[in-house]
Design a binder for this molecule. Sequence first.
Ligand code: GAR
Length: 216
Amino acid sequence: MKNIVCLISGRGSNLEAILRAEREQQWAAQLGARVSAVISNRSQAGGLAIAASHGVETHVLAHSAFASREAFDADLAALIDRHDPALVVLAGFMRVLTPAFVARYQGRLINIHPSLLPAFTGLHTHERATEMGVRVHGTTVHFVTGELDAGPIIAQAALAVRPGESADALAARVLTLEHELLPRCIRWILEGSVGLEGQKVISTRIDPALLLRVAA
Ligand code: GAR
């Protein structure tokens, strides 16, 4: 069985999309994969209840209880490694990770970010996108490197920003794309269609239409 470990900090809608895809699309069963654990750095994260309702093991590792980033990441890695995961998914995990942590999971650590990277790293991406008047916005799934919201891009999904669209409305539409994109990327990696070679994403058998899906 290939294990997936998801790290979250909040609401957990991307986690829910993964768990739903796992169940409905049957790809996880075909690939012999499952989300074996969800770890949150916040005890209040809504995603913990979502995980529990799907019968997935949950853990809270409160970063506030650690004296340093290194100490937190070391315990986090020890917890993750109990599951020997084929893939670690940052599904709304809002912590900068240390270089040692990132190196340990090289090629099997991915993140989803609510912008078309490299534009709008960090927080408040939709507010900044509407303020800047960008015409195209979206979401990116990428392998994680030591830099925040950076690393080799696996796939992106984009939409056209509507005239006068509010940041909240835009956020909701991008979130729908996130929920489509992340489970697909997970499947591609687990089935071996996508991988990391050095700092480059190597891909085969991907429907090119899915790499940049432009929604009206
Ligand atoms: C998502 O929009 C995700 O892309 C973003 O946090 C949100 C989590 O929502 N991640 C980042 O900003 C990472 N830099 P969710 O908890 O409902 O999945």
